[in-house]
Design a protein around this ligand. Structure first.
Ligand code: NAD
Length: 354
């Protein structure tokens, strides 16, 4: 998995983050396995030489436990607005208590419109396919995740899918620019415009327009999402940059994680024009929470993506070389990858390798 893929397709990181002696980074430990994997990631980044002041703030169930009246407290939003960069553990939004998802709120309120999720096979991690190298670019702010739902009459509820020309164009431009900057050959838009003719129709119309007017040099294709998913599991190596709206991106991210070793190794970033929040694809995994069993690598690689974003590429490379070496040997890995190490012990092994 190539962490440097997030050295952002928007603007050169160095322009946003001039070289500085000490970075201020917001850390949201999160819920479930979140505190375990984020503590491991923080230790690894610090040990690799990152000079950072970590500003720890809560979100999710933890925020409520700490006495806040919202799963995304003002203190957390303010901290990200002030420092602009966050490393976030997974969170649990209590269901049925009237709270809107923390992740949806965070992405909408901070306008983190692009989720960037690299999917790449890594030496030593047993998978069905070799040479998988894709990046999912997911629209993060609209689609069915606007949360506009209503009971129109007892027994009948609706969920509104929203697509705007502005957001569809913005994410398409992000994906093509990303492809150009990363020397990637092709952008594939996944859609269901045969059924959702207006919303998904607009999504692909915008992608096509951006391709033709601004990036004709990048190959562009469209796939109806059901057939596209079949093609991904048959042969993921035929894909490169995958562009999709919010819900599809959520689902296909986990599908693709399964092709390269699972959620324990699948990192991600949420990027906007002003802020960036880095987080693993996985959730809070309540089934293994508090047991020192979670693989912290997805969170660590998300941290490496963050390092590239803030211009700390040498530290990023150091961490990447260390985990690649450990994975290639295949011994000192966590349970999900067939090893025996716990979350903390894996972080220790990685630190020893730096
Ligand atoms: P999940 O990703 O938490 O877990 C799915 C499966 O993968 C579980 O078996 C889990 O043990 C395993 N897994 C996940 N991360 C792992 C890791 N690092 N190492 C080893 N195994 C790992 O998905 P879920 O169970 O559907 O969701 C649990 C909670 O997480 C829900 O409340 C959901 O809303 C939330 N969630 C949060 C985020 C986020 O904050 N970004 C993302 C997805 C889900």
């Amino acid at each position: 998995m190539e962490p440097s893929v997030t050295a952002i397709a928007m603007a050169p990181a160095a322009r946003i983050f001039p070289a500085m002696a000490k970075h201020s980074i917001v850390l949201i430990p999160g819920d479930g396995i979140g505190p375990e994997v984020s503590s491991a990631a923080r230790r690894v980044l610090d040990a690799a030489g990152l000079s950072a002041e970590w500003i720890e703030v809560p979100a999710g169930a933890t925020a409520l436990e700490q006495g806040h009246d919202n799963v995304l407290p003002a203190v957390t939003l303010d901290a990200i607005r002030r420092h602009r960069i966050a490393l976030k553990g997974p969170v649990t939004t209590p269901v049925g208590k009237g709270f809107k998802s923390v992740n949806v709120q965070l992405r909408q309120k901070l306008n983190l419109f692009a989720a960037v999720r690299p999917v790449r096979t890594m030496a030593g991690v047993k998978t069905r396919f070799d040479n998988v190298d894709m990046v999912i670019i997911r629209e993060n702010t609209e689609g069915l995740y606007t949360g506009i739902e209503a009971e129109i009459t007892p027994g009948v509820v609706t969920s509104l899918k929203v697509a705007t020309e502005a957001a569809c164009t913005r994410i398409a431009r992000f994906a093509f620019r990303y492809a150009v900057q990363r020397q990637r050959r092709k952008v594939t838009a996944f859609h269901k415009a045969n059924i959702m003719k207006m919303t998904d129709g607009m999504f692909i119309a915008c992608a096509k327009a951006v391709h033709e007017k601004e990036f004709p040099q990048v190959q562009y294709e469209e796939r109806i999402i059901d057939a596209g998913c079949m093609k991904i599991v048959q042969d993921p190596t035929q894909f490169d940059v995958l562009l999709m709206e919010n819900l599809y991106g959520d689902l296909v991210s986990d599908l693709c994680a399964g092709l390269v070793g699972g959620l324990g190794v699948s990192p991600g970033a949420n990027i906007g024009e002003e802020y960036a929040v880095f987080e693993a694809v996985h959730g809070s995994a309540p089934d293994i929470a508090g047991q020192n069993k979670a693989n912290p690598l997805a969170m660590i690689i998300s941290g490496v993506m963050m390092l590239n974003h803030i211009g700390e590429t040498a530290i990023a490379e150091k961490i990447k070389s260390a985990y690649n070496a450990i994975l290639a040997e295949g011994k000192n890995v966590t349970y999900d990858l067939g090893g025996k190490l716990g979350t903390r012990e894996f972080a220790d092994a990685l630190i020893a390798r730096l």
